[in-house]
Design a protein around this ligand. Sequence first.
Ligand code: URA
Length: 184
Amino acid sequence: MENLENIRQEILQCNACSLSQSRTNIVFGEGNPNAKIMLIGEAPGEKEDLAGRPFVGRSGQLLRKMLKDNGIDPENDVYITNILKCRPPQNRDPLPQEQELCKDFLKRQIRTVHPKLLVCVGRISACKIIDKNFKIMRQHGQLFKVGDYMATATLHPAVILRNSSNLPIAMEDWAAIKKMADEL
Ligand code: URA
């Protein structure tokens, strides 16, 4: 019987791509394994690689604050993971081949958690999950059907840290996400 711990154990053994050689820790995912909302980021950064936990650096702190400010408890209301489970060096974008090699782990996590709503955090995640031509500034906040799941995307918190005028845009998405999840 598949469960999250089996998947995590397999990732610990994974050496399908070169990121397995440079990682300190895998970053599997955390939160409520029965959550209605599953957040899917891009890849671990330096802090996440050291901690073995997703979204714990500066972007993660902002993400968790936006969740809380919209009535979403980061510990109890969501399950959080990433497209890649290992950190790309110097936080470069995940390569298409790395994303492809890691995809099956994510698919299995999604099937196991079986959330009502997938939330892609950032462009790279939205392009992998929703549509390869996804335009994040144009299509964020919209609801899509992806296989058996409903999915939406919002701006990556790193984009807000770079330009704070993006904050109200993302806050509107999170308010809508809370409402969508309550209604699903
Ligand atoms: N950015 C991401 O996309 N994921 C993390 O876990 C941390 C930063």
